[in-house]
Design a protein around this ligand. Structure first.
Ligand SMILES: Nc1ncnc2c1ncn2[C@@H]1O[C@H](COP(=O)(O)OP(=O)(O)OP(=O)(O)O)[C@@H](O)[C@H]1O
Length: 461
């Protein structure tokens, strides 16, 4: 124990007591200065037979003299001792002048049996994880994924099959289309049927956050990066989406400085947290969506051309609902059960006349507007007596229909337009009163005989 103050030796001895790890320290001549009870148990001796003794007399296959001789470090070396199978780490000790003054031996496990138990525990957990990953995968199987996207029109069928194909690659996807056309639905479906399906899908609405928050939201921040920064820092959405997909919604609204940073991530697949210095590497698939015309934004200097070209790898342009009106009956069929479930109602279908009305509308809000209109119609229906939604439950569309008649009749005579309007109004009030002619005449302010004449004229009777 040459050169080691006795107080120091005692402090070290107290620090090294550890029932799971054998620890021994020798001085520069190989004499044991410190050994914990676990080590003494491993070598199968008494404390007196260990402390102060030459290490090779304590255990004849010790490697510590070699460490003293060479200054080597042994990490996780297999060491059989006294019937135990151990994994040990050995390293030299130097004083501040740089002279070698001793060596330490630390067994990682009391016995390899412990290591095996740990390895088994990890293997069991991995098996369990694989089971749940498979379970998740089967719930979101590819078939199920694209099945939620309703549409048999040729435009939608083509788009769905292209998206299915693209899902299998890791390529960046840009989804364009008017608001409410289903861009997010496509992004979700691509992720769920991709090989990344059992990793996260993280959505960021680039339009919803002010510029200074967007940066930390996307890239995270380090502790102390700004006032109010959380202790320990916070990972950003890119880190959270590692191995999965990040969905950058409303990318056209991303501020220009953020676009520059995003471009770097797209090129390098790495970034720095706000206030950080270390680069963070991620493996993330990027799906971006916008209802803006990015080319126009590039021309106006509001969107970086280089970022646009990076994003413009695979483009899925979702057609507006007015260009696929034939999908409306199917969409209605798919949306009604969802609404019934949410509103706790039991509407069975929509009359064919109402479907005709829906097919005449121009749908500026696309499928989202269709959902809203159906929800409003359910709220207008007398659900004790009616299980079917009819034209009268879509008053805004009826009004629109009358306006359309006037628009359609532009260029025709006033008498023609008035006749069309008269016919449409009578037809609607008749439906509203369940074909009660007396009531219809009253509501329209007509004498019964006048109504009968008009019914005959317009072939409504
Ligand atoms: N083809 C479709 N089949 C079934 N539901 C659809 C379809 N397209 C859209 N929807 C539904 O319409 C609503 C709007 O869709 P989504 O949010 O994906 O549109 P979006 O294009 O991302 O809209 P925004 O640009 O406003 O964010 C959602 O409830 C979605 O489930």
């Amino acid at each position: 124990m040459e050169g080691w103050p006795s107080d120091f030796v005692q402090i070290v001895a107290a620090l090294v007591q550890n029932p799971y790890m054998g620890i021994v320290i020798v001085d520069k001549n190989g004499y044991v200065t410190v050994a914990n009870d676990t080590y003494i148990h491993i070598v199968g001796k008494t404390r007196d037979e260990v402390i102060g003794k030459y290490i090779m007399d304590v255990t004849s296959n010790s490697q510590l003299p070699k460490i003293l001789e060479t200054g080597e470090v042994h990490i996780a070396d297999y060491w059989p001792c006294n019937g135990h199978d151990l994994i040990v780490t050995r390293f030299p000790i130097y004083n501040k002048e740089g002279d070698l003054i001793g060596a330490v031996g630390k067994s990682l496990f009391l016995d390899l049996g412990d290591a095996k138990a740990l390895a088994k525990k990890v293997a069991d957990l991995e098996e369990e994880l694989a089971f749940y990953r498979d379970a998740i995968k089967s719930v979101f199987s590819p078939k199920y994924c694209f099945d939620v996207i309703v549409g048999k029109s040729s435009k939608m069928a083509r788009l769905k099959s292209m998206a299915e194909q693209v899902a299998q690659t890791g390529s960046t996807v840009l989804i364009t289309g008017e608001s409410g056309t289903g861009k997010e639905l496509f992004a979700h479906s691509i992720h769920r049927s991709s090989p990344r399906a059992h990793y996260p899908f993280v959505r960021v609405n680039c339009a919803a956050l002010p510029e200074h928050l967007l940066e930390s939201e996307l890239f995270g921040y380090e502790e102390g990066a700004f006032t109010g920064a959380r202790k320990g820092g916070k990972p950003g959405k890119f880190e959270l989406a590692n191995k999965g997909t990040i969905f950058l919604d409303e990318i056209g609204d991303m501020p220009l400085p953020m676009q520059a940073k995003l471009l770097t991530v797209l090129q390098e697949r790495e970034f720095e947290r706000v206030g950080g210095t270390k680069p963070v590497r991620v493996d993330v698939r990027i799906i971006a969506a916008t209802n803006c015309n990015l080319e126009n934004l590039v021309e106006q200097g509001k969107f970086r051309a280089d970022l646009y070209y990076r994003l413009n790898v695979v483009v899925l342009d979702i057609p507006p609902l007015r260009e696929r009106l034939e999908d409306i009956p199917l969409l209605v069929q798919a949306i009604l059960p969802r609404l019934n479930q949410r509103l706790n109602t039991n509407v069975t279908n929509v009359s064919s006349e109402a479907i005709q009305l829906l097919r005449k509308y121009h749908w500026p809000g696309n499928v989202r507007e269709l959902e809203n209109l159906l929800e409003r119609a359910i709220n207008l229906a007398d659900l004790n007596n009616e299980k079917q939604l009819t034209a009268k439950h879509f008053p805004s569309l009826q009004k629109q229909n009358i306006e359309n008649i006037l628009i359609d009749k532009k260029g025709e005579t006033l008498a023609d337009a008035v006749e069309q309007l008269e016919k449409e109004m009578i037809r609607q009030v008749l439906k509203q009163t369940n074909y009660n002619k007396a009531q219809t005449a009253k509501l329209l302010g007509l004498h019964g005989s006048v109504l009968y004449r008009k019914l005959k004229k317009y072939n409504l009777g």
